[in-house]
Design a protein around this ligand. Sequence first.
Ligand SMILES: *Cc1c(COP(=O)(O)O)cnc(C)c1O
Length: 375
Amino acid sequence: MGEKIWLSSPHMSGSEQKFIKQAFDTNWVAPLGPNVNEFENSLQEYLGKDKYVAALSSGTAAIHLGLILLDIKPGDEVICQSKTFSASANPIVYLGATPIFVDSERDTWNLDPEQLEIAIKDRISKGQKPKAIIAVHLYGMPYKVQEINKIADYYEIPILEDSAEALGSSYHGKKCGSFGDISILSFNGNKIITTSGGGALIANSKEIKDKAVYLSTQARGKAVEYHHTEIGYNYRMSNIVAGIGRGQMTVLDDHVKARRNNHQFYRKELEGFTSIEFLDEDQGCYSNRWLTTILTESFEEREALRSAMEKENIESRPLWKPMHMQPIFKSYPKYLNGISEDLFHRGLCLPSGSNLTESDLSRVSSTIINCLVNV
Ligand SMILES: *Cc1c(COP(=O)(O)O)cnc(C)c1O
């Protein structure tokens, strides 16, 4: 059997250890220091001059602080895209608020504007207007930013943009991670760039960024003695980890290119197979193709492909199970059109790392083709 091919594994540039060594040499071994500042600066430069970035310990921590900054309190309702990873929804529950799950549309697989508006109107008619909307660019494909913004503006509900999977993607030329009232990124080990574990909160003003940093460092007041007027968190990024981030920023564009090439490779290899469908880029969307995903004709065909790959030591994974189907979330209100459940039953994520070789990719595609020819 060939060596294990992973869905998405870390891919270092080679310069990470230089920044880590600098941190050791200068004894900045703490959750602050030059690497943290420089990593934040390079993200700011990448996302746009009007953005303010706070580097944090994880994407989940960024969502948690983001919701606090949007003033989410116990008993509030927060709308969340159902088709996402659980980390988008968990922080709503940390705060004692209620997640309201909304289904996806077919063009991007993200938040459906139609169901979103139905949900907002229904919650208002029940006497409680949602306090925030969590919209996700799943697998790197931008959600329908224009349509979602229009609804959010009309009802005056802020957006928390979950761009954990979409650094390097853009919408009508503007970078993902720059569309929310608050936006977040993740640098977990499987993401397009990684710091081993880490995340960032992106704000539209220096005041909000400063507030995020303050909350992430135990809400310590300015006085020399520790003085607290608010509950704080220990969510700041370490200066060692930020050194990895600095190295990774030098290859972000290469990673996007490599993942988009993987996607084109699979498309080309599988183009003769009419049962396999790829997700096209919707109008104005540029995806980093963090993961290449396919839709099969049926649950059975999907499972056949998945187990054929498993036998060949190739990792693949069904599309994320929607939150409204998860035992822990299924009792919360939901607004559904059947699309996310259909995608979950027929969809598969293929190995998509920027470090895959041509021969890895060929091994994946020939395993798929052999399986399709033999069913
Ligand atoms: C990875 C991920 C997160 C969480 O980020 P962590 O850094 O792992 O905490 C949140 N949302 C989505 C969509 C993700 O894929």
